[in-house]
Design a protein around this ligand. Sequence first.
Ligand SMILES: Nc1ncnc2c1ncn2[C@@H]1O[C@H](COP(=O)(O)OP(=O)(O)O)[C@@H](O)[C@H]1O
Ligand SMILES: N[C@@H](CCOP(=O)(O)O)C(=O)O
Length: 349
Amino acid sequence: MAVYTDVGFDEADALVQRLGLGALREFEGIQGGIENTNYFATTDQGAYVLTLFERLGREQLPYYLCLMKHLAARGIPVPAPIADPAVTPPKVVGLERPADAPCELVHLVAGKPAAVVQRLSGRSELAPGATHCAELGRWLARMHLAGRDFDRVQPNLRGLAWWNATAPVVLPHLDESQAALLRGELAYQNHVAQSSAYAALPRGPVHADLFRDNAMFDTTADGEQPRLSGVFDFYFAGTDTWLFDLAVCLNDWAVDLPTGAHDPLRADALLAAYMGVRPLTGAERALLPAMLRAAALRFWISRLWDFHLPREASMLKAHDPTHFERVLRERARQPLAAPSPSATAPLAA
Ligand SMILES: Nc1ncnc2c1ncn2[C@@H]1O[C@H](COP(=O)(O)OP(=O)(O)O)[C@@H](O)[C@H]1O
Ligand SMILES: N[C@@H](CCOP(=O)(O)O)C(=O)O
């Protein structure tokens, strides 16, 4: 269920017309997703997605939407957000930017902050193979490089500080063995975060939630290579290590779902494709196993939080937290090593 707020056809039509997108032809609530209210909006000029933000504050949105605009302008396939021509963003002097400054990409719909973005073609591949993973790995490395000159900074709001704050909230719902795992892993991740190797990790804007349901592939004829049409849902993005982003992808795209173990074929394809565009540094190679654990912990905690402390239980289909408990145990039991640098040749970004 992902329509928490009803938007009428006439209100949506007025919005798309104001944005210069033509007249609304079709308007339909989207059932997938869990965070926000989403609608497909088709006008006589194109296909768009209207998102009403249910949990994020208005002041956080410019980071996500400006990042998508920045990446789209650099040829990274992401949905470009549509600006309101009547809103003029203030000129920024230095890095000072008032949190409540008007943003031409953030609209107000049914009393909620909202965005209109281009609709990507194709569909998500929920059973990806090695070629899908390679497409994704290349996309991720290109996105990291394209984000280097993005001029906004916003921490990953679901990073270490949030794990430390949220663990005590979910701990009362866990059995003894789960509680020991959570406490132990959190202590380990706090320790890693203090290390010089961690400080040396390259960082910048990251997607931070690039699961297989947040990417689209165009349908191709039999025998043709799958082609990624784009990645969407940047609403957990933030400034963090590139390695964490890579670990989130590996844990979802290259996992054996029943056991939580790595699928070596898909993991190698994803890593090799990523490293073909941007080779990993020594610190990244050393910390890959730790970041795979960090990425598993992040989603274990958020799923526990959604499961045991739901916003509106009747509307929300919480994801299964035990999956990421299994993944976390597996990553600690069997660390994954990055292929040697000589196994991959860098491409032009
Ligand atoms: N830009 C887009 N292009 C195509 N489909 C989209 C786009 N944005 C969202 N969707 C569709 O809406 C669904 C829910 O979006 P998502 O961003 O995952 O929601 P939530 O953030 O609420 O979890 C997706 O599974 C996808 O089908
Ligand atoms: N990918 C997360 C949940 C975030 O939901 P999304 O629909 O906004 O991607 C998970 O699987 O726990």
